[in-house]
Design a protein. Sequence first.
Length: 153
Amino acid sequence: MARLSDMIERFIKELIEETDGVIEIQRNELANYFNCVPSQINYVIDTRFTTERGYYVESRRGGGGHIRIKRISLSRPAGYLMHAINSIGEKLTQQAAEAFINNFIDYDIINTREADIMKAALSDKILNNVSIEQRDSLRAKMLKNMLLSLLVK
């Protein structure tokens, strides 16, 4: 049996597909539909509809909590790469880096061989000689540089 979080995620993704990539939902209405608390909806959105996974989320509190979820347009790989570069920030965990890379595979921006090389270069195993405080910062810089190199292909 699928977990409630999985069912909510699947439902939202189907709505996004039906509406060409953008939906607006009320947090309370969705919670009522799934017979759960609104915080469950927040959890699903916060963990499964992130920038790393290719989504942009706007949220407004009050009045039931309006949420707008937009799938990042991939019609131009360069635009998506620039969005990813801008959203990486100053620090990046190995898990977040792999989420970005997996999205690049899903959208045919890179192939699996390139992804494997990127994941290997960004792994904690390789960066183990770097202090823990600097590891995520170095990883963010490295991934940004790799993505910039893809833009000049």
